[in-house]
Design a protein. Sequence first.
Length: 258
Amino acid sequence: MERRKALEILGIGSIGLVTSGYKLNNEKKSHYITLSFDDGFEKSSIKTAEIYEKYRLSACINVIATAHLNQFKLPNEYHKNPVGDFSLWNELKSRGHEIMPHTYRHQNLTEISLNEAQDLINKCFDFFGENLDGFVAEESIYNFAYNASTPEIEAWLASKVRAFRTAGPAYNHLSDINTKKLTCISYGPDNIDLFLEKTINEFLNGPSGWYIFNTHGLDDEGWGPLSSGFLDELLDRLSNIKNVEVLPVVPVLDTTMK
């Protein structure tokens, strides 16, 4: 009931507002931008969806499988804010937003054995399969905690997912879009508005490609928060640039591989 009231307060209307969002435009662009929101903070995720829907866009939200459970142990102070549950994730997915795995329990997989890492990833896929409507691991994007991975984990994971996101350059070559490995940058722990604006402007002034930035919560939530007002202004500006498209991960893969 509390979450439903929050949705009403934020002015989010009927289900399916942007269900067809990115599908309306199949024209290839020169510059693609994905803001990849991690951790699944409830308030931030609802607000992020609202802002994206204002511009008929679909958000990219990556959630920790077990973060909503009482026994979940916070990895650090940046995860103290309340997170959504799969009722919220299924609702946002039904409205056209991309909901993908951000690990089973936010474990840095480079700090444990390969077998342990594989077990946690499989548990994550099983949990999503049981709780997220229509989830298929082979069609999913796996988003590493801390963007931390190893060549061994990546090699094993490549056959199990559509793609995975890890640390590296924000710039991804469109000619390499059929590869499994997508790289991104992040910034924190303080507000990221100026850094994000600077790096996006650098990307827009460069050659064609795909810019992926890993952000987290809005305003006062999470590591390296993004101001909701800035996000609104940014999407407004980007939506009016002819050769730019703001999309989640899967539709960029679908569009550029045609």
